[in-house]
Design a protein around this ligand. Structure first.
Ligand code: SAM
Length: 261
């Protein structure tokens, strides 16, 4: 695939994103490790660890833009290992069937395969089918490195709010804005030279990775995103690092949480 990502109109973003993830699906986990030098694993561990799924008993979770199931697997492992909980469940939702297929293959090798603890669903985060994803249903909604790929962030948040139970948690892990100018410069340099190169070498697909970097740059800053979460009807902590969000590695990524009111 080849496309000029700078000129893609918003209305064709969805098919573009679909193509990107089609072309990277089978290499996705490898590329994640290579481009982030394994750091995404640490961030995902922090993300799920802080949520402590299972602490207050079994939870019904939905992991949107769940891809190959990285977050779902961590949620189930955390609940089982920390709280001996084998009833918490995760519905993995993604717009891309190829990514879900990779996830399904991977779960086949786990103890969760063929249990009610995990299931895979093809759907758009911006318009989860209402008859399948009912109002006020889930105890936890997670979305990791997925919301920036969606055309409308407010629509995603609105759907998250709809399907969560009152008092339940929305949690998002996403690339974010680096605060320190020196670190920001180094990170820019790295992402614009090293990542597309790795994309070419490992996946034979430079454009897809170039697109992913662009999408990171366009994503709102921490306070702007926190406000969007509140606008969707969630309450958050105070508008600062450690309040409405937690910066990881100086803001290369951040975790935003909100509680449905
Ligand atoms: N959450 C996984 C993880 O952290 O490893 C996957 C992240 S991957 C970078 C982004 C995922 O978002 C892809 O699997 C892609 O198909 C999915 N995606 C993009 N737009 C979407 C949408 N509108 N609705 C649902 N999923 C979407």
């Amino acid at each position: 695939t080849s496309f000029g990502f700078r000129t893609v109109p918003e209305d064709s973003k969805e098919s573009l994103v679909k193509n990107v993830f089609d072309s990277v699906a089978s290499n996705y986990d490898l590329m994640n490790d290579a481009t982030s030098m394994g750091v995404h694993r640490i961030w995902k561990d922090t993300f799920v660890g802080d949520l402590r799924p299972g602490r207050r008993g079994p939870m019904r979770c939905i992991d949107v833009a769940g891809g190959t199931g990285d977050i779902a697997l961590r949620i189930l492992d955390h609940a089982r290992e920390e709280y001996a909980d084998r009833e918490t469940s995760v519905e993995v939702v993604d717009i891309n069937a190829q990514m879900l297929k990779e996830g399904f293959k991977r779960f086949k090798k786990t103890m969760y395969h063929n249990t009610p603890q995990v299931s895979f669903h093809e759907a758009n985060a911006q318009s989860l089918p209402k008859e399948k994803f009912l109002d006020n249903t889930y105890d936890l909604y997670t979305i990791a490195f997925g919301i920036r790929n969606c055309t409308s962030i407010p629509d995603v948040l609105k759907e998250a709010h709809r399907v969560l139970k009152p008092g339940a948690t929305f949690a998002c892990l996403e690339f974010s804005k680096v605060n320190n100018p020196l670190l920001a410069a180094a990170y820019d340099q790295y992402s614009f030279s090293v990542i597309p190169l790795l994309g070419t070498i490992l996946a034979g697909d430079r454009d897809s990775y170039q697109y992913l970097i662009e999408s990171i740059r366009k994503f709102p800053s921490q306070p702007t995103f926190a406000q969007m979460i509140r606008d969707a009807g969630f309450s958050t902590g105070a508008d600062e690092d450690g309040g409405a969000w937690t910066d990881l590695w100086g803001g290369i990524a951040s975790i935003h949480t909100g509680v449905k009111v």
